[in-house]
Design a protein around this ligand. Sequence first.
Ligand SMILES: [Zn+2]
Length: 89
Amino acid sequence: MAGGWARDGAVSEQIEASISDELARLKARRSPEGESLTHCAECDEPIPEARRRAIPGVKLCIDCMAERDSAFKARGGINRRGSKDSQLK
Ligand SMILES: [Zn+2]
């Protein structure tokens, strides 16, 4: 049982590391400020002027951003729920 718990921890550490790797790579590749796209990098939808002003360097439309956010949250939620279950048992 202890072995299983340790493995869960290792997996979530790996996921967190890959997310920050990804962010670092994105930051290195393009300057995050002053370079808002007029059209979404994912689906080519126009990004509203107000959104581009609100988020300097925005690359995604609202739909794609929400999709990406929920993908991150879903992964985090599953991991957190999993380790809470094993602690309760
Ligand atoms: Zn989009």
